[in-house]
Design a protein. Structure first.
Length: 380
C-alpha cells in the first residue's frame, strides 16, 4: 500500500510501472546470475548444488550493495537448469571445472520428423521422450519431481523476500516456440528448416502454443506471481530477417500474448541480442500489459522512442560496462537510463541480461546504488 508520504510498496510500484502509470520511483531489479558466487567467494558448482550456500550468497549481495525492491526470480541451480533449457547442459564440477559456469551444447537432437510428431501429438508428449535424449542420466520418472522441486523453491524464495518488502518479478516460465526449436534442432539446422520445410515448422509451432499457455498458467497459479519469463534471442534481427519474423514469430507471439493476458498474466520478454529493427512489431501487443527486457545489444533508447507510452522497458547496464568500466562510468550510464528511458514511467532499472560472474564488485555496488538513489520521481 502507498504510505502517507507517497512511497509505494514494491509490488504496487512494479504493477503500476508495467501499466505505464505514475509511480514514486523506478523499480530496481538487478538480475544476479552467478555473481553471488563471486561475491561470497564460492564456486559456481557450490552455488548450483548447495542451496544453503547459494541463499547466503544472494543475501550477501543484497546486504553489501544496499538492497533493492524487486528480485528477478527463477535463479539457476542444479534442479532448475535441466528443466529450463531444451538442450544438453554441461555443469560445473560435473562436465566442467568447478569454477566454470554452465554451458549449453549446440547440438542437433530434435529431428525433422519430430516437427510432424509435435504437430500431431503436441509439445508436451514430445518432451517426455526428448528430455531423456538431452539428460540420459536422469530417470524419466524423476522429471515431474524435479519440476515440482523447482517450482517449490521458486515459491519459497518469493515468500521469503516478500516478508522483507521485496517483490519478485517472475512467477513462472513459458516458451516462445520458434526460438526454442532453434535450440533443439541447432541453429544451423533450424536456419535451413525455415527455408526448406516452412509449413512443417509452422505446424509444430502452432501445436506448441497450448502447452506454452498451460505451462505459464500452472506456474503462476502456484507461485501467486502472475508474470512469466519468456526468453528468446534467436528470433531477433541478429539471426532472422523482418520477413521471417513476420511469418514465423509475430503471429504466434501475438496468440501467446493474447492468451496470457486473457488469464491476467504479464509476459516478461527477456530478449537478448539485437531486436532494434523489430521494435515496431511490439506495438502489436496490448498497451501496458507486457515488459520488454533488453540486454544492451538492442538500442534501448530507440526502444524508448518507439515503445514509450506503449510497453514497459527493462534494462540495460551492459556486462562489458560492469566488467571493464569504472564506478563513475557505471553511475553516469545509470543516470542516463533513468533520466531518458525512465522519463514518464514505464521503466524497470536492471542490468543487461544478468550481472556477469566476473563483474567488478565496485561497479555492481554503483549500479544498485544508482537504482536506489537516482530513480525517484519528483524528489530533489
Amino acid at each position: 500500500m502507498t504510505t502517507a508520504g507517497g512511497v509505494m510498496c514494491a509490488e504496487e510500484r512494479l504493477q503500476a510501472t508495467i501499466r505505464l502509470e505514475k509511480t514514486d520511483k523506478v523499480p530496481n531489479c538487478p538480475s544476479l546470475g552467478y555473481y553471488p558466487a563471486t561475491c561470497a567467494e564460492i564456486t559456481p558448482k557450490q552455488f548450483l548444488f548447495d542451496r544453503e550456500r547459494a541463499d547466503a550468497a544472494v543475501e550477501k549481495v543484497f546486504r553489501v550493495c544496499g538492497g533493492w525492491d524487486v528480485m528477478m526470480g527463477q535463479r539457476f541451480d542444479a534442479v532448475a537448469l535441466p528443466v529450463i533449457f531444451p538442450m544438453k547442459v554441461r555443469m560445473p564440477g560435473v562436465d566442467l571445472p568447478e569454477d566454470s559456469i554452465h554451458q549449453l551444447v549446440e547440438e542437433e537432437i530434435m529431428t525433422v520428423d519430430d516437427y510432424d510428431f509435435i504437430a500431431e501429438h503436441g509439445y508436451g508428449k514430445f518432451m517426455s521422450t526428448y528430455f531423456s535424449k538431452i539428460h540420459p542420466a536422469i530417470p524419466p520418472d524423476q522429471v515431474p519431481e524435479m519440476r515440482a522441486r523447482n517450482l517449490k523453491a521458486m515459491k519459497e524464495d518469493i515468500d521469503k523476500w516478500a516478508e522483507r518488502g521485496v517483490t519478485t518479478l517472475i512467477g513462472g516460465v513459458s516458451m516462445e516456440p520458434f526460438g526454442r526449436f532453434s535450440y533443439m534442432r541447432s541453429l544451423a539446422k533450424f536456419a535451413l528448416d525455415i527455408y526448406r520445410i516452412p509449413d512443417r515448422v509452422k505446424a509444430a509451432v502452432d501445436a506448441c502454443l497450448p502447452d506454452a499457455i498451460a505451462m505459464a498458467k500452472n506456474m503462476v497459479d502456484f507461485t501467486g506471481i502472475r508474470r512469466v519469463f519468456i526468453g528468446n534471442a534467436r528470433s531477433s534481427a541478429t539471426f532472422i530477417s523482418p520477413k521471417q519474423y513476420e511469418r514465423f514469430v509475430l503471429p504466434y507471439m501475438e496468440k501467446l500474448v493474447e492468451a496470457l493476458v486473457a488469464e491476467n498474466i504479464t509476459p516478461v520478454f527477456h530478449f537478448d541480442s539485437d531486436w532494434t529493427p523489430f521494435l515496431p512489431f511490439f506495438k502489436e501487443y496490448p498497451k501496458g500489459r507486457c515488459v520488454l527486457e533488453l540486454d544492451g545489444s538492442t538500442d534501448i533508447f530507440k526502444a524508448k522512442e518507439i515503445l514509450g507510452g506503449h510497453m514497459c522497458l527493462m534494462g540495460d547496464v551492459s556486462a562489458s560496462l560492469l566488467v571493464l568500466g569504472t564506478p563513475e562510468e557505471v553511475t553516469d550510464y545509470c543516470q542516463k537510463l533513468i533520466e531518458v528511458v525512465g522519463d514518464g514511467g514505464g521503466f524497470i532499472f536492471s542490468c543487461g541480461c544478468e550481472i556477469p560472474v566476473n563483474a567488478r564488485p565496485e561497479n555492481v555496488k554503483a549500479m544498485v546504488k544508482a537504482g536506489n538513489e537516482l530513480g525517484w520521481y519528483n524528489r530533489e
